[in-house]
Design a protein around this ligand. Structure first.
Ligand code: THU
Length: 164
């Protein structure tokens, strides 16, 4: 007999940036700045990200496209992989994402591939990554982990081996 099982997503919806602590606001502002370095001649959709490591180091990222459309990289993975390339044992505490030109009041949230990469990082570092998804002069959605955004996810345990 089938059972209905439920997975609930708990997140915070902040009506504006002003209610956030200074370091979160700063991270969102750095994500806005990072979007200036996006290379998005195809989509014209410039995304900025900024992550903060537990050590306090901040690493920005932006989407980087190319003529082979699917081969581009999102802002989130650009920041994550740049951070891991230089601080391989780093622990990502928070990741802010902003699309300064977004239409409407709904923050952009990571695509499926980025969610998978962020979940892998959570396993790697043994702790959650807080996401701050902001609309410029608008609301901020705060989630407590990436895993929560990718329920029933695929991971290395199903490959029968541990990532090392
Ligand atoms: N993109 C990101 O960089 N992050 C997201 O969260 C959503 C989508 C990029 C990928 C592509 O360069 C452009 O936005 C349009 O999809």
């Amino acid at each position: 007999m089938a059972q209905t099982r439920k997975i609930a997503l708990h997140y915070l919806h902040h009506a504006s940036w002003s209610a956030l602590p200074d370091d979160d606001r700063e991270l969102l502002e750095l994500a806005v700045k990072a979007a200036r370095h996006a290379y998005a001649p195809y989509s014209k959709f410039k995304v900025g990200a900024a992550l903060r490591l537990e050590s306090g180091e901040i690493v920005p990222g932006s989407n980087q496209e190319n003529a082979s459309y699917p081969a581009g990289t999102c802002a989130e993975r650009t920041a994550l992989h740049a951070a891991m390339a230089v601080v391989p044992k780093g622990v990502v505490e928070s990741l802010a994402v902003v699309v300064p030109q977004v239409k409407g009041n709904r923050p952009v949230s990571p695509c499926g591939i980025c969610r998978q990469a962020l979940v892998e990082q959570e396993r790697r570092q043994g702790g959650p990554i807080r996401l701050l998804l902001g609309v410029l002069k608008g609301p901020v959605v705060e989630t407590f982990s990436a895993e929560a955004l990718l329920p029933l996810s695929f991971d290395s345990s199903q490959l029968g081996r541990k990532a090392r």
